[in-house]
Design a binder for this molecule. Structure first.
Ligand SMILES: Nc1ncnc2c1ncn2[C@@H]1O[C@H](COP(=O)(O)OP(=O)(O)OP(=O)(O)O)[C@@H](O)[C@H]1O
Length: 257
């Protein structure tokens, strides 16, 4: 990974408290352009809270800051994050289940024709082309008019990721994207993550299965009870060593005994 690549997004001293629970504690985190970062940690360690912070769903507690392209972001919100090119891919939550594939692909960014009306023909046509190109859906089994609800988990994932790629998302956030997917769908999803990097964009990936995360990321960040407990590059640590370290963190809260 090019350590001189510009930082796209940064969380600076970010904490997040929900009532009595401190989900994040003084987190300092960054993602560089063209970098894929994996977030690891036990249940409740704060991974989803961190992703939701990056997608604009949560605001940091006072004293913390979200930065984008080296500038502090004011008025942090989901709409603001989307306008900066941040896309989220969730297994179940990214798509409107009762809407068609083409509607989902263009939601919020629908092209209009010369009469100022939604250009549905163009959306259908482009959705079909994208499905063939990015998703490799050549069987005809998945049509742009299909309602998302009827699609498999992997197909839904494909739609969400295709949308992120098509709109040139600069940062794609993936929270458990392989949950419940078959082996081949998982492989496809991980290939998509690689293609984000190939396109020069960035991603943050949460996946409980470190066998999925390890081969696709440039850097691994380990969270423990809301704090960053350690950071590795897969080139510095074998998968077996990483597994051992994660067990140690779960037991002691430290990366090393
Ligand atoms: N909206 C909320 N209100 C109250 N507590 C919350 C909220 N969101 C998260 N928490 C708490 O914050 C802590 C961190 O949760 P988070 O979902 O970020 O963990 P996680 O690492 O993603 O866990 P998992 O791997 O189980 O999904 C947990 O104790 C959780 O119960």
């Amino acid at each position: 990974m090019d350590e001189t690549a510009p930082v796209v997004m940064e969380l600076h001293n970010v904490s997040k408290t929900f009532g009595e629970v401190q989900a994040l504690r003084d987190v300092n985190f960054h993602v560089r352009q063209g970098e894929i970062v994996g977030l690891l940690g036990d249940n409740g360690s704060g991974k989803s809270t961190m992703v939701k912070m990056m997608m604009g769903y949560h605001q940091p507690d006072p004293g913390g800051e979200v930065r984008f392209d080296d500038e502090p972001v004011r008025g942090w919100s989901v709409a603001k994050a989307r306008s900066l090119g941040i896309e989220t891919v969730y297994q179940e939550r990214a798509l409107a289940d009762l809407q068609s594939v083409w509607r989902n692909m263009f939601m919020g960014r629908e092209p209009v024709n010369r009469f100022g009306l939604l250009d549905t023909r163009r959306m259908r046509r482009e959705a079909a082309a994208l499905m063939k190109g990015h998703m490799g859906f050549t069987s005809g089994a998945v049509h742009p008019d299909n309602v998302v609800q009827t699609m498999s988990g992997g197909e839904k994932q494909g739609v969400a990721i295709t949308r992120a790629l098509h709109f040139h998302a600069r940062l794609v956030l993936l929270d458990e994207p392989t949950m419940g997917l078959s082996l081949s769908e998982t492989q496809k999803t991980l290939d998509f993550v690689r293609s984000i990097k190939e396109a020069g964009h960035s991603a943050v990936l949460i996946d409980h299965n470190i066998n999925h995360v390890y081969p696709v990321v440039d850097r691994l960040v380990v969270l423990d009870r809301g704090s960053i407990a350690g950071e590795f590059s897969p080139s510095e640590i074998t998968l077996d060593e990483l597994t051992d370290r994660l067990r140690t963190v779960a037991r002691t809260g430290q990366m090393e005994e």
